[in-house]
Design a protein around this ligand. Structure first.
Ligand code: MN
Length: 208
């Protein structure tokens, strides 16, 4: 009897790389397929693999992602950096859509006017937030108990651990824009807001 026995079921990995919500060339000409290959295929994938390796046999193994972000933040270090980066990138891909941008729809339009004065002032402050993040990090539009704010975070930090609800996020690590924009971070941030921002996703997050 040489038939192979079924293998024992392998333990499911705690974290997985989610499929991109669009084809990797779908954001061209604003973000190239080549950037997506590196950013999603190499960087994001590496955070997932490293985080799975680091949580193995620890109390973080098997936790849902958002809970793992909050719990790992208490200890910091490599385990938080990798888990935080999974969460941040998951939101970043969804924060963009082909033919995105334009004005924010209701109910966010009104909330943006309340918080920033006008959509143009919001745009200016979002870009300034991304420019003001020295080194690697992220710029976010968040809801702080219903009030909108722009927040910047360094490295893998996320407003989730401050109890704020992320609505939209832009990655300002150099790996996000260097192949397409070299050092021109402001151009990348402008394109993100004007051509790519997924307001439908932001509204869903606001209502959640
Ligand atoms: Mn990134």
């Amino acid at each position: 009897m040489s038939q192979a026995q079924p293998k024992p079921q392998e333990t499911a990995m705690t974290f997985t790389l989610p499929a991109l919500p669009y084809d990797k060339a779908a954001l061209e000409p604003h973000i190239s397929a080549k950037t997506m290959e590196f950013h999603y295929g190499k960087h994001h994938n590496a955070y997932v693999n490293k985080a799975n390796e680091l949580v193995k046999g620890t109390p973080l193994e098997g936790l849902p992602l958002e809970k793992a972000v909050v719990e790992s933040r208490k200890q910091g270090g490599a385990v938080f950096n990798n888990i935080g980066q999974i969460y941040n990138h998951n939101l970043f891909w969804k924060s963009m859509t082909p033919n995105g941008g334009g004005q924010a729809p209701a109910p966010l339009a009104e909330k943006i006017n309340e918080a920033f004065g006008s959509f143009d002032k919001f745009k200016e402050q979002f870009i300034a937030g991304g420019m003001g993040q020295f080194g690697s990090g992220w710029v976010w539009l968040v809801s702080n108990k219903g009030k909108l704010e722009i927040v910047k975070t360094a490295n893998a930090e996320t407003p989730l651990t401050d109890g704020k609800t992320p609505l939209l996020v832009c990655d300002v690590w150099e790996h996000a824009y260097y192949l397409d924009y070299q050092n021109r971070r402001a151009d990348f941030l402008t394109v993100f807001i004007e051509k790519l921002a997924n307001w439908k996703f932001a509204v869903e997050n606001y209502k959640a």
